[in-house]
Write a protein that binds this ligand. Structure first.
Ligand SMILES: NC(=O)c1ccc[n+]([C@@H]2O[C@H](COP(=O)([O-])OP(=O)(O)OC[C@H]3O[C@@H](n4cnc5c(N)ncnc54)[C@H](O)[C@@H]3O)[C@@H](O)[C@H]2O)c1
Ligand SMILES: O=C(O)C(=O)C[C@]1(C(=O)O)C=C[C@@H](O)C=C1
Length: 367
């Protein structure tokens, strides 16, 4: 597609979308604005945008697509700002915020001016912020939720998907209230729980100073998201307050139930509690990105001898194939173990499979 794209908010998400749009639509011009001039300067310097502007008004009226990628509260204010600018006829405005009801309601102001507003939320991200964390492959294979109004014409929706095709995400249309409930359950509430676990550990460290130093695998896995931007998460929780309060109530009664099992030392029920959770968690789709990050796994049957991992990683390193994770399952002496190597993209996995078939006799499969 050709035209002018204006990205407001050049952080992790705005920067990543700019990269996706630029790579898919090489003839379009991507202009960026950020209230923090340093982010805008970095975005230009890293080639993430074609040019930076200091004036929202001047650029907005020239844009064919406007993407608001600021925290949620600023996005709502930005819709108001844009409603006072003579936007181009046929322009589309979208946002990337993690909540959708409030911004979609305010989007009506733009529709009254004849400009389409379609709420959006790419369901992939990171605990990292800022434009230096932006990546073109961030959204690959992830769900990208869109919340068009009932009156939005399908041609306009398709046009927006066309602009965003470089994300290689899977688009899903949902109602804003459905969106806020679902993401409340699988993203916003878990964030609150992660932060509360960190608070609990910090408080415990006052009595027992080894606690922080012992915080290893499990604690780090379950609390990684607590390292996300407090500014961004504050807005999400405030905006999705009703859903959060409802989920908090459910969680409290669930914890009371667990407390009851512990008081009565009901081992069978406790086992059952974990068993049910494990079965649900293990059954979640892993070939898709979503709340549970997934990578492209390659299974390699390897003999269990010292040095086999470095041999394999050596072949991959020589061909510049990046690995995200590596682990062994079911290794017993004198039998083949299975080495599971995870890659960020399908392409990397294919290259790795081909590389190993050239250098070794080990059987590989994609599981
Ligand atoms: N981080 C994630 O995992 C993730 C994933 C999907 C969607 N989102 C949503 O996308 C949005 C952006 O998140 P992010 O992770 O890129 O955050 P970020 O902190 O990396 O970037 C946000 C950028 O917006 C800028 N900004 C703030 N207020 C502004 C304003 N009034 N005008 C112009 N620029 C402004 C900030 O300076 C910053 O550079 C948020 O609404 C967030 O809820 C985040
Ligand atoms: O992977 C992470 O760190 C995230 O927090 C990503 C995550 C999520 O909860 O899945 C966070 C917020 C966004 O709205 C979408 C994605």
């Amino acid at each position: 597609m050709t035209g002018r794209v204006f990205i407001i908010g050049l952080g992790l998400i705005g920067g990543s979308l700019a990269l996706c749009i630029k790579s898919e639509h090489q003839k379009c011009t991507v202009v960026g604005y950020d209230q923090d001039p340093e982010q805008a300067r970095l975005a230009k310097m890293l080639g993430i945008i074609d040019m930076a502007t200091e004036s929202i008004e001047e650029e907005a009226c020239k844009a064919d697509l406007i993407v608001i990628a600021t925290p949620v509260a600023a996005a709502v204010k930005m819709v108001h700002t844009l409603s006072c600018v003579p936007l181009k006829k046929g322009a589309i405005v979208t946002d990337t915020g993690s909540t959708k009801q409030t911004v979609s309601r305010h989007g009506a102001m733009l529709r009254e001016m004849g400009v389409e507003f379609i709420g959006g939320h790419p369901m992939a991200g990171s605990h990292k912020s800022g434009v230096t964390a932006a990546k073109k492959i961030l959204f690959e294979n992830a769900y990208y939720l869109l919340t068009p109004e009932q009156g939005t014409q399908s041609a306009v929706l398709e046009q927006l998907k066309g602009w965003l095709a470089g994300t290689k995400a899977k688009f899903l249309t949902v109602l804003p209230e459905e969106h806020d409930y679902m993401t409340g359950v699988i993203s916003h509430f878990p964030h609150l729980v992660a932060a509360s676990l960190v608070h609990q550990a910090a408080a415990a460290e006052k009595d027992s100073e080894m606690v922080g130093r012992l915080a290893a695998g499990g604690f780090r896995d379950i609390t990684r998201i607590a390292s996300g931007s407090p500014e961004m998460w504050k807005d999400i929780l405030v905006d999705n307050r009703d859903v959060m309060l409802q989920l908090l109530e459910g969680w409290q009664s669930e914890m009371n139930r667990v407390a009851g099992l512990l008081h009565s030392s009901d081992a069978d029920s406790i086992r059952n509690y974990f068993d049910q959770a494990k079965r649900y968690r293990d059954g979640l789709p892993t070939s898709e990105k979503g709340a549970i990050p997934s990578f492209y796994d390659l299974f390699v049957d390897v003999p269990d001898y010292p040095g086999v991992i470095s041999e394999i990683t050596g072949f991959l390193a020589k061909e510049n194939i990046s690995i995200v994770n590596i682990r062994i399952i079911e290794t017993r002496e004198e039998v083949y173990g299975v080495l599971v190597i995870s890659f960020q993209t399908e392409e990397d996995r294919l290259c790795a499979q081909e590389c190993l078939s050239r250098h070794t006799d080990y059987e590989t499969s994609v599981g």
